[in-house]
Design a binder for this molecule. Structure first.
Ligand code: SF4
Ligand code: SF4
Length: 147
């Protein structure tokens, strides 16, 4: 399958741009977790907390690490990745579209409002509509406003 098509989500996002699809990040988190366990860093943190109180929060750091690991997404949107019960995906499938770019309502669709507040959804959908799902990806907008 054409790469752009594979990674284009029903809503107009590009799956590879999402932090939860960042393989390098999750490999690093897993490696860090294993290393910290191997060297029993918890004991070292306890020792260090006597002179640096930041290390009192070491268990919170591990909680955050664990939650970060849970963010990993290994499937693309069209194969069930991202949100399990996504209303946008349900709607697109119900209307038998390839994606929201085929829908006349995408500019005003309330289902897309949340994503529009974070990502360049409207721009992306326009680009997909104009260039086609196989050729639009190099024209996509910023995924997050900081990346
Ligand atoms: S699951 Fe929904 S929000 Fe996530 S990428 Fe797919 S259509 Fe977009
Ligand atoms: S109404 Fe149209 S734009 Fe909104 S989610 Fe459904 S297909 Fe997408």
């Amino acid at each position: 399958m054409n790469k752009n098509k594979k990674y284009t989500a029903y809503c107009g996002l590009y799956c590879l741009d999402c932090i939860p699809s960042n393989k390098e990040l999750f490999e690093s988190l897993n490696e860090l977790k294993i290393l910290l366990e191997d060297i029993e860093f918890d004991k070292y943190a306890e020792l260090k907390s006597k002179t640096n109180e930041t290390f009192n929060d070491y268990s919170q750091f591990l909680d955050v690490l664990e939650e970060m690991k849970k963010l990993e997404c290994t499937a693309v949107c069209t194969e069930g990745g991202c949100k399990e019960d996504c209303k946008i995906r349900e709607c697109v499938k119900e209307k038998q579209y390839d994606g929201c770019w085929e829908c006349d309502e995408f500019k005003d669709c309330e289902l897309l409002d949340y994503l529009k507040g974070i990502h360049s959804i409207e721009h992306n959908l326009k680009m997909i509509k104009e260039y086609g799902v196989e050729n639009w990806a190099d024209k996509r907008g910023k995924h997050y406003n900081w990346l």
